[in-house]
Design a binder for this molecule. Structure first.
Ligand code: AMP
Length: 206
């Protein structure tokens, strides 16, 4: 049984921590396009260098580059066997269309796109208490505004395709994790053809 998940969430939503826990729980790889681009930059490849410049300028790396990276990753044996938790891709409705097409090539489709929802006021507070140098209130507000602008059409795309699940990201880490697992399990049980899933870990039963 392979799972195809997408996760969205504002900076400061706790998405990184929850991704680590989700992949541990479901046994599928975590594929973060931001991490992949940063790794390419570290390696100093031509693509990494170009992507690095775009990332520094706060832009989006061109689709043809992203599609190449993602298609290659999705064709790897670990993904084919277990599915994937996609983080950072898709970022636009166009990328979502392409993802759908790529998965169809493997006879797969997305199970659910989770929007880990933490209100702007709360993520702002979290980022300010973290106290990083580039975390001025103005810079935070601008990053969040850009995120909203980019993400709104994508959220609409997932909603329109019946794939969107909004999960409340407020509360204790464990509590949020249980909500995420419940949401994913509900979506995938509905989609599986009568084949029972293995029982969830005891610790996720509320
Ligand atoms: P992230 O770690 O997801 O915030 O990504 C860091 C940066 O990598 C972004 O600001 C973009 O410049 C680039 N990036 C990551 N994923 C994508 C994507 N799906 N499409 C275009 N650019 C991306």
């Amino acid at each position: 049984m392979s799972l195809y998940l997408v996760i969205l969430g504002r900076q400061g939503s706790g998405k990184g921590t929850q991704c680590t826990r989700l992949v541990e729980h479901y046994g599928c790889p975590h594929v973060s396009t931001g991490d992949m681009l940063r790794a390419a930059r570290e390696e100093g490849t031509e693509m990494g260098r170009k992507a690095g410049e775009i990332m520094d300028a706060g832009g989006l790396v061109p689709d043809e580059v992203m599609f190449g990276i993602v298609a290659e990753r999705l064709a790897k044996p670990d993904v084919l066997k277990h599915g994937v938790l996609l983080d950072g891709f898709p970022r636009t409705a166009g990328q979502a269309d392409e993802l759908e097409r790529m998965l169809a090539e493997h006879g797969e489709r997305l199970d659910v796109a989770i929007n880990l929802d933490v209100p702007v006021e709360e993520v702002t507070k979290r980022m300010l208490t973290r106290g990083r140098e580039d975390d001025t209130p103005e810079a935070i507000a601008e990053r969040l505004r850009l995120y909203e602008e980019q993400t709104a059409p994508l959220v609409e795309w997932f909603d329109g395709h019946g794939l969107l699940a909004v999960v409340d990201g407020l509360g204790e880490e464990d509590e949020v994790f249980h909500r995420l697992v419940a949401t994913v399990d509900a979506k995938t049980r509905g989609a599986s053809q009568g084949e029972p899933l293995p029982a969830a870990d005891d610790d996720v039963v509320d």
